[in-house]
Design a protein around this ligand. Structure first.
Ligand code: SF4
Ligand code: SF4
Length: 201
């Protein structure tokens, strides 16, 4: 296959249609590529694709690039882009729909795993136990052998945090009313399931 044909085969109009059928996915059609979201996004420097480019790739049907992008996972739902978009695109909602789609597709993105571990960790006590969170993330994402070099690389961050008491060795106490938090999550999960999200995410 020639380079031009290979390039063309990446683009699947069927994927654009699949995306538009997602919850809030249709808004991606409205993007006029003005770039305002990209210049105002506080997380932009960490994203591989700014929202503008992500929407362009959706329109072009570049499924692989969209599915592999870390952008939806790094969106903090800060709303900045949403209030500034001249087309009134609820970018946060599009990102949420995309995240759900990625989970359904079995996304192996490290940030997807981090989101899951964070939620499990937080629901245990109502507060995050950061040491357990980081250990669990690195072990699950990279395995015991892969996690060691990463832990060594992160030593310059972890050691000062430990010494300053910013990374406690003991888990925090459970918050008051943790059962209420669990009830809210249970209710939200039931609503999601009722609306067709089988696993409640
Ligand atoms: S601000 Fe809105 S219209 Fe402009 S590039 Fe971003 S999503 Fe598209
Ligand atoms: S809502 Fe997400 S994409 Fe929009 S500015 Fe905030 S972090 Fe960036």
């Amino acid at each position: 296959m020639s380079a031009a044909n290979e390039q063309a085969s990446r683009f699947d109009p069927g994927f654009a249609r699949e995306f538009y059928a997602l919850e809030n996915g249709e808004y991606a059609k409205l993007c006029m590529q003005c770039g305002l979201c990209a210049v105002t996004c506080a997380s932009r420097e960490f994203m591989d694709l700014p929202p503008r480019k992500l929407f362009k790739l959706v329109q072009a049907g570049d499924k692989e690039a969209v599915l592999q992008s870390q952008t939806p996972w790094l969106c903090t739902s800060c709303m900045t882009c949403t209030v500034r978009c001249p087309r009134g695109i609820p970018i946060i909602d599009v990102m949420h729909g995309l995240k759900y789609f990625l989970i359904q597709q079995g996304s192996k993105a490290p940030v997807a795993l981090m989101s899951k571990i964070f939620a499990e960790n937080m629901l245990r006590r109502g507060r995050v136990f950061e040491l357990a969170l980081t250990n669990s993330f690195f072990l699950k994402a990279y395995g015991p052998v892969g996690a060691i070099p990463i832990a060594l690389k992160m030593r310059s961050v972890g050691q000062p945090m430990l010494l300053k008491g910013r990374l406690p060795l003991k888990p925090p106490k459970k918050i008051k009313g943790l059962d209420q938090v669990h009830k809210i999550v249970k209710k939200a999960t039931e609503v999601m399931k009722r609306e067709g999200h089988q696993d409640g995410v």
